[in-house]
Design a protein around this ligand. Structure first.
Ligand code: FPP
Length: 254
């Protein structure tokens, strides 16, 4: 398949790219790292890095839609991020609210379905309102699903799933012996989404940072040195090339 962009202002996207060699993951997860370092290198406050990172979010989701990636889960705010200085937490929440206000009409227009996972009840009410609105008005869209992990922790998700299952057992709806991988998986925050086949982490750090611990069991992991605010279509293609070269054996022999 040949792919040409409709956008004239992006030189890389203007190129004709041969995608026939690429495996396109159904679900890609991303740990968006390096906003702070991007800002520091420019002598800017950390929030400038987060603002630039929000631009990458829009560009990458748009590219995922065109490439046929059905789900993209982005780690935007972890459970641990609540421990950052209050000023940075407030800036991130403000940025998120503005992002949702500004981009929801575009998501509606671009056929993007918006979702969010995490302990969302901890988010400020003004962010929750925008979040719920974005989920509602994009719920019928059939293009790429943009899933934001917010106030999210992989261990917390597993604990929440265990509590839900224990409650069902206590209520007599479920027997302990019926709990297997499938039943446990069905208690996760977004059980209707397939597990990610690919995890991309930017900025060269090599760790999971409490992200999707259950779902990433068999994901291929691609680490790039690119800082998240610099991550563009070319960086995405490079990650997909690396992913396409992997043998996915799921513990079996080929
Ligand atoms: C990690 O980089 C990034 C975050 C904690 C926040 C991610 C947020 C964004 C990409 C922007 C906001 C998102 C939306 C959807 C509006 P870091 O700041 O820890 O970077 P560092 O390791 O270089 O300091």
């Amino acid at each position: 398949m040949k792919f040409t962009t409709r956008k004239k202002d992006d030189a890389v996207l203007d190129e004709v790219v041969d995608l026939s060699e690429l495996s396109i993951p159904e679900h890609m997860a991303v740990i968006m790292d390096g906003n702070g370092r991007w800002a520091k290198r420019r002598g800017l406050p950390r929030v400038a890095g987060h603002k630039a990172g929000a631009e990458s979010v829009s560009k990458v989701v748009e590219a995922c839609g065109r490439l046929g990636i059905k789900f993209v889960t982005l780690y935007a705010f972890s459970s641990e991020n609540w421990n950052r200085p209050q000023r940075e937490v407030d800036s991130l929440m403000g940025l998120l609210e503005k992002f949702l206000k500004d981009k929801t009409p575009q998501m509606v227009n671009d056929n993007v379905r918006f979702r969010a996972i995490g302990r969302l009840d901890k988010l400020p009410p003004s962010v929750m309102r925008e979040l719920e609105y974005a989920v509602e008005v994009t719920s019928g869209n059939t293009g790429v699903t943009m899933n934001l992990a917010l106030s999210y922790g992989g261990r917390e998700e597993i604990v929440d799933a265990a509590k839900q299952l224990m409650r069902r057992c206590a209520d007599g709806e479920l027997c302990i012996d019926e709990v297997d991988n499938e039943v446990f998986g069905s208690a996760m925050y977004a059980p209707d989404m397939p597990d990610p086949c690919l995890l991309v982490r930017t900025s060269g750090e090599v760790r999971l940072s409490n992200f999707l611990l259950w779902q990433l069991s068999y994901a291929e992991i691609v680490i790039t040195d690119t800082l998240w605010p610099d991550f563009r279509y070319e960086s995405l293609l490079s990650a997909l090339r690396e992913y396409s070269a992997r043998d996915r054996r799921f513990g079996k022999l080929l």
